[in-house]
Design a protein around this ligand. Sequence first.
Ligand SMILES: Nc1ncnc2c1ncn2[C@@H]1O[C@H](COP(=O)(O)OP(=O)(O)OP(=O)(O)O)[C@@H](O)[C@H]1O
Ligand SMILES: [Mg+2]
Length: 266
Amino acid sequence: MTPILEVQDLHVSFQRGHDSHVAVHNVSFTTAAGETVALVGASGSGKSALALAIMGLLPQHAYVAPQSRVRFEGADWLAASPRERATSLGRRLAMVFQEPSSALNPRMRVVDQIAEVAVTHTDASHTSARTRAREMLARVGLTDLERTAAAFPHELSGGQQQRVLIAMALLLQPALLIADEPTSALDVTTQAAILALLAEQQRQSAMAMLLITHDFGVAAAQCQRALVMHEGRIVEDAPMAQLLHAPSHPQTVALLHAARQLAFTP
Ligand SMILES: Nc1ncnc2c1ncn2[C@@H]1O[C@H](COP(=O)(O)OP(=O)(O)OP(=O)(O)O)[C@@H](O)[C@H]1O
Ligand SMILES: [Mg+2]
């Protein structure tokens, strides 16, 4: 098993004045190339903070303790220079952010934002990059393609923006995708189509994925393994089947119980 992502003792706190709040507590885990891992946990448990810390994209008032290590494709990712990271971001490592509106450039048409990823990282011309961007927008199920491609982000719905981010993240077939609630704003039919697209991409290019989701149904259908986060700590790391049938931590039991209570079969 070749690890693609190795997280060791990652510790993140947010500073406010003299106070600090620990969001991620000495988290360690490893993800293999091609593996799909779910990251589940209650709201506020630290999932997004962990994802942003791995990417090196935390806001300025966040503090990452010095012992924290993140290795991506064998290289020390947190110690890499912004320039070194920029060569991998969007190409080898991509993220779908939980808040699509803040992750998109408000002043750029969506087709140009997506095309820019290809122009930056490959020798694609602007014209061919735009064509590729349109194809990707169609694959994430955006209809009325001419209008949506030419739109600015604020002219799209939350679910459409989420799909633009997914199109951008998948464009160059990254080796690892970190997807933070990538389908939370989508109706169930579109959600199913997007999850199928992610699974197809994984089969095609052996992409590894860290899928952050509240939805145990999605996690169970999509992932071989799950990490359960509770109050900033990973309290369970187990194969999905084991987690569903014999959860070991009370928080996992509580999350599963809540998910099963909500399950509605018409
Ligand atoms: N930018 C920030 N500034 C200060 N505190 C933050 C910031 N982002 C997150 N936190 C705090 O860190 C903790 C973890 O937040 P995080 O966003 O990682 O939760 P989450 O598990 O992603 O929740 P959700 O499922 O609601 O998205 C919370 O207590 C939150 O208040
Ligand atoms: Mg979150």
